[in-house]
Design a protein around this ligand. Structure first.
Ligand SMILES: Nc1ncnc2c1ncn2[C@@H]1O[C@H](COP(=O)(O)OP(=O)(O)OP(=O)(O)O)[C@@H](O)[C@H]1O
Ligand SMILES: [Mg+2]
Length: 250
């Protein structure tokens, strides 16, 4: 393992290929990166550049074809499936591009689910779940089922659910992809405050330069490879992120 003394997340020469009817797709072709504890990192790249694939591998939801993923210095490949599942539940909050809410449960119940999976009494989590739903401006939709929620509302429930267990690492796949400007801005501020005030390590995929400018560091992916990075240093620097994107990816 290379030197990553204070890295909470390490990706070392990761490749990922998929067999499909059309042949083999090389989604990742040798990506290496490190994320420090409490760092806020955004990953940008064109559609199909491998962003979701990378995030899924970081979450241990899939295995790399070659290369390694380290979390807290542990190689995910050395864990059993059960160990990896428990590790993910306890350490990682996940916001999927497709939300993955359970259709038969209300918004509030969906947010509480991670606690129930841990064997806790769901009722004990009600207060925290309610306060998280307030934090994402969903306080007036708590009893709605996903099918009665708009895409952006479902996305906000998924964000609240990811925070339910107070994860050390938050992995988010286009968390504002379906949100209007105001709610999107609120979520970027929330992610930045999780990293800066609460020490959560945040890795988020996004297509939005303005959102990415809240991050400490933006990593650009192109055709399954890292194309470079930049440090925006504040929300007013969306133009810098957009310019680097155009230079490295566009
Ligand atoms: N399960 C799979 N089977 C076959 N090919 C796949 C699979 N998952 C991803 N791919 C392919 O791998 C490449 C990277 O996909 P990925 O979902 O990581 O892209 P992305 O950067 O997240 O794109 P987007 O911005 O559209 O979400 C794409 O060409 C995609 O078609
Ligand atoms: Mg994706």
């Amino acid at each position: 393992m290379p030197d990553m003394a204070d890295a909470v997340l390490g990706v070392v020469d990761v490749r990922k290929s998929f067999d499909s009817a059309a042949g083999v797709v090389e989604a990742l072709r040798g990506v290496s990166l490190q994320v420090r504890a409490g760092e806020f990192v955004a990953i940008m790249g064109a559609s199909g550049s491998g962003k979701s694939t990378l995030l899924h591998l970081m979450a241990g939801l899939d295995r790399p074809t070659s290369g390694s993923i380290f979390i807290d210095g542990r190689d995910l490949a050395t864990m059993s499936d059960r160990e990896r599942t428990l590790f993910r539940r306890r350490r990682i909050g996940l916001i999927f591009q497709s939300y993955n809410l359970l259709p038969t449960l209300s918004a509030l119940e969906n947010v509480i689910i991670p606690r129930i999976l841990e064997g806790a009494d769901g009722r004990d989590g009600t207060q925290r779940a309610e306060s998280l739903l307030c934090r994402v401006d969903m306080n007036n939709r708590m009893t709605h089922r996903p099918q009665a929620l708009s895409g952006g509302e479902q996305q906000r429930v998924a964000i609240a659910r990811a925070l339910m267990m107070n994860p050390a690492i938050l992995l988010a796949d286009e968390p504002t992809g379906n949100l209007d400007t105001r709610h999107g801005e609120d979520i970027w501020k929330l992610l930045a405050s999780l990293a800066r005030q609460e020490g959560t390590t945040v890795v988020t995929v996004t297509h939005e330069a303005r959102g990415a400018s809240y991050a400490d560091r933006v990593i650009f992916l192109k055709d399954g490879l890292s194309a470079g990075e930049c440090q925006p240093g504040g929300e007013s620097n969306a133009a810098l992120v957009a310019a680097r994107y155009a230079e490295l990816v566009g």
